[in-house]
Design a binder for this molecule. Structure first.
Ligand code: DGT
Ligand code: MG
Length: 376
């Protein structure tokens, strides 16, 4: 007679793309600990253990109830020994000693600080740590270090960039991006992707996908957009990566491979009109000039040909775990390959290989037909 459907652990898929997950996470105390563990393994470049904890976090996020007993996780996928140990400890003691040890670990603390700088990844952090550097103050004080242009921007706008981007800021930047793009391509489609498209209220950056429906493509669009922002004084940093997509390319097998679209990693200057001028009287005018009335915001712009737009949108909407599992699902359950450009049928790729080696005539080969997409 109960109308609440019973939750069946064994029915929870091992693939996050086959699970329904809301933004309401009732197992935060577990998933926070998992994410700390995962990050520590990422800093140690141990991808297997890192993914083990990220997968487990993703599974607990889909549960409609908080876990209170070990019995609650019985039958769930992705609950390895390490994961179970952490859960058990949190159930018993309210916290994980392993996660706590990580938070107090010198190497973790340094890597956490270093990687919080735009342009600094695990490799650079490793280098700095080996040099004996431990804090960002020490990095800044070391005049022998050669920082990249990206890292210099990262330090310059550090405070703004580590503070979260709000939905209101995302909307404001969205207007700027749309207006600028449309001055050059009035029919262009500009879509916010990443966390904000998933309904998150805060983010670390704002991601956009830009495409032009119809046959016309403009390789210069991105350059025109950033040039205009430069002229308007809105561009604090920009790095344009040209497209490296070639049609006959086979998708990478790497879990977190970058895609091949033309893109731009930028830092924009967003003016903040919300600063309340009425609180300053005229005699304080000099002080007012000192008030910083803008915030540096990380913006990613990705340009896609219209026929690849759907795949790009899927890939850039995230989350990263959702994307990893979508690709894993395509590979293992469908014998297909998915990336941000297309869904490939492996049998047809095999055909392509035969075309290349000359055993099958080209006329018999049709590339990456996507009719199976309908099943998703
Ligand atoms: P956040 O931290 O609030 O910005 O969260 P997200 O989910 O917006 O993460 P973000 O901005 O790092 O990346 C947006 C999504 O795009 C994320 O799910 C990963 C995905 N993505 C797809 N293809 C690529 C790629 O080639 N490079 C990168 N960096 N991300 C990609
Ligand atoms: Mg984002």
């Amino acid at each position: 007679e109960s109308e609440v459907p019973l939750f069946t652990a064994s029915k929870v898929s091992q693939y996050s793309c086959q699970r329904k997950t809301t933004l309401n996470n009732c197992n935060k105390k577990f998933t926070d600990a998992f994410e700390i563990m995962a990050e520590n393994y990422e800093f140690k470049e141990n991808e297997v253990f890192c993914l083990e904890f990220l997968r487990a976090a993703s599974v607990l996020k889909c549960l409609p109830f908080p876990v209170t007993r070990m019995k609650d996780i019985q039958g769930l996928p992705c609950m390895g020994d390490q994961v179970r140990d952490v859960i058990e400890e949190i159930i018993e003691d309210g916290e994980s000693s392993r996660a706590k040890d990580v938070l107090n670990d010198e190497r973790y603390k340094s890597f956490k600080q270093f990687t919080s700088v735009f342009g600094v990844g695990v490799k650079t952090s490793e280098k700095w740590f080996r040099m004996g550097l431990r804090t960002l103050e020490e990095v800044k004080a070391d005049k022998t270090l050669k920082l990249s242009k990206m890292q210099r921007a990262g330090f310059l706008y550090y405070e703004d960039l580590v503070s979260f981007v709000s939905k209101a800021e995302a909307d404001a930047v969205s207007l700027i991006v749309k207006n600028t793009v449309c001055t050059f391509l009035p029919d262009a489609l500009v879509t916010i992707t990443g966390g904000f498209r998933r309904g998150k209220k805060i983010g670390h950056d704002i991601d956009f996908l830009i495409t032009n429906p119809g046959p016309r493509e403009d390789d210069e669009l991105l350059h025109k957009v950033v040039d205009l922002w430069k002229k308007q004084g809105l561009l604090l940093y920009c790095d344009i990566i040209e497209s490296t997509f070639v049609k006959e390319q086979i998708p990478s097998r790497e879990v977190d491979a970058m895609d091949h679209f033309q893109k731009c990693f930028a830092i924009l200057k967003l003016y903040t009109p919300s600063i309340d001028n009425s609180s300053y009287n005229t005699s304080k005018k000099c002080d007012m000039a000192e008030v910083k009335d803008w915030k540096a915001i990380r913006v990613d712009l990705v340009i896609t040909p219209f026929e690849q737009y759907a795949y790009a949108l899927l890939g850039w909407t995230g989350s990263r775990q959702f994307g990893r599992d979508l690709r894993r699902y395509a590979t293992h359950e469908r014998k297909m390959m998915l990336d941000n450009h297309a869904l490939y049928d492996k049998r047809k790729l095999f055909m392509l290989h035969q075309v290349v080696v000359g055993t099958v005539p080209e006329s018999k080969y049709s590339y990456a037909e996507n009719s199976m997409l309908e099943e998703y």
